[in-house]
Structure formats: C-alpha cells, structure tokens
Design a protein around this ligand. Structure first.
Ligand code: SAM
Length: 236
C-alpha cells in the first residue's frame, strides 16, 4: 500500500517510523510519502489560509495549494487514490472502516487546519477520486494530523505481514471474529501480584473452559461498558 500525507506540519508524522508501522515502512509493506502543503504555495510567506467568505471567526485553507498538491500526487503513482479527509463532520472511524481502508491500494490524507479546507477542494476530489471523510470522534482537534496518525496506525496493522501473529487481530476488540465485542481482560505472570490472583480458570490448562470464560467476560464487559455494541435485545 502507498500512503501519502499532505499537511502544513509534516513533522507530526515522524513517529510513523517507530514500532510496527516503522517496520512496515522499512520492509516495504507500506510506502509512505509526507508532503508539506507549503511546497505548493507561490508567495513569499507560503500562505495556506485566508479569511472566510461570509465573515466570522477563524481562517480557511485556500484551495489553490491543495489543487496543486493533489495534481502532483496523482502524477507520483498510477494507483487510484482514495482521499481520506479527517473532519468532525465525517464518518465515525471504526474497525470496520479501518478494514475497508486497508483494502485500498493508495491512501492520501488531506490534513486540514484552522476552520478546515475550502469546500470546493472536497467537491473537486469527489468528482475525481474516491473520497472518505472520517471523524475520529465527537470532539474537535486542532488539525487533521492526529486523526490521520490514528487512522494510519489502525489501517497499517491490518495489512498482511505487519502483525506477527494474525490471530491476535481476529480476537481483539471490535473485530468481526470476536463478534465485535470488547476483548476479555488479559493477565500474565506472576500468578499473584500485590495479593491479586489471576483467575484460576486461566491456569487450568483446559482450553475449552478458558475459551468459555473469555467469551463470558467479553459479553459482560461489552454489556456493562458499551451496551450499544450488542444486539438490541441485549444478546450478542
Ligand atoms: N471548523 C471545524 C468544525 O467546526 O467542524 C473544525 C476545524 S478543526 C479546528 C481543524 C481540523 O482538524 C479539521 O479541518 C480536521 O481536519 C481536524 N479535526 C478536528 N476534529 C476532528 C475530528 N474529530 N476528527 C477528524 N478530524 C478532526
């Protein structure tokens, strides 16, 4: 997969070279390009924003640098671009959407700042490319960079070869293999820590009992913490 990011703060993306995403990049599973939007400005101050038509507080990202950036990125690689636009007005980001994005050949993240990007850029993209507007949650961040980082990490870990044991993907919270439940609680050694014991069933060596206990814990956790994830009648 190829991932391109356009931002006025390209340094935000340095941590992508760490840990599992970093390994995915160095092993060639992911090709990453981080681009400074200001590289597509032509004035002395590298201006990317201007006052909003209609008045009001804040600034809006100008369309011209975005247009040039997208044209240049299209030239860079023949794979069809899926433009991911982080915005509080987007589709809520879920594990299901992460899987959907992981199946794409090429993702381009357009990181807005200020009050966002001039709407005509989004309309232009919709006409020329696949566009997915994504919200990280019902709150407002300062820019699209942190949202893009979260989406990139969630997507890249789903690519074949990134996680050592792919089984861990099917068992974890929100995965279809787990009935989209929250994951059961996890324990490791020692068996007693500060007087707290690991549940006996996990030490029993009985795989059937362990699986049953984990399933019950997953259902109970989901019921108490996120009942919205269960079927309307309360059963999973
Ligand atoms: N004026 C916008 C509004 O009220 O919807 C908020 C703009 S916000 C200060 C600047 C940028 O941060 C947005 O263009 C978007 O790229 C990003 N952003 C903020 N909150 C976000 C969220 N919940 N999910 C995804 N991106 C977000």
């Amino acid at each position: 997969m190829r991932i391109d990011v356009v931002s006025i703060f390209p340094d935000y993306f340095a941590p992508l070279h760490l840990s599992l995403v970093g390994k995915a990049i160095s092993s060639g599973i992911v090709e990453l390009g981080v681009h400074d939007l200001r590289g597509w400005t032509h004035d002395r101050h590298n201006t990317t924003d201007d006052t909003p038509y209609g008045g009001g507080a804040g600034m809006v990202m100008k369309p011209e640098p975005w247009g040039e950036a997208l044209d240049a990125l299209e030239e860079l690689d023949p794979a069809p671009m899926t433009i991911v636009v982080p915005t509080p007005a987007g589709r809520p980001f879920t594990q299901e959407l992460a899987y959907e994005l992981a199946a794409k050949q090429r993702l381009v993240f357009a990181c807005g700042r200020y009050e966002g990007i001039d709407q005509r850029v989004i309309d232009h993209c919709v006409e020329h490319y696949e566009v997915i507007e994504v919200s990280l949650g019902d709150y407002v961040l300062n820019g699209g960079e942190v949202a893009s980082l979260a989406v990139i990490e969630a997507v890249v870990r789903l690519l074949p070869g990134v996680i050592g044991n792919p089984e861990s993907l099917t068992e974890e919270s929100h995965s279809a293999g787990n009935g989209s439940l929250l994951e059961y609680p996890n324990y490791t050694k020692p068996p007693v820590w500060r007087g707290r014991e690991v549940p006996q069933v996990l030490l029993s060596g009985n795989h059937g009992l362990v699986a049953k206990w984990r399933r019950e814990q997953a259902v109970e956790r989901t019921r108490s913490r996120r009942p919205d994830l269960l079927a309307p009648d309360g059963r999973d």
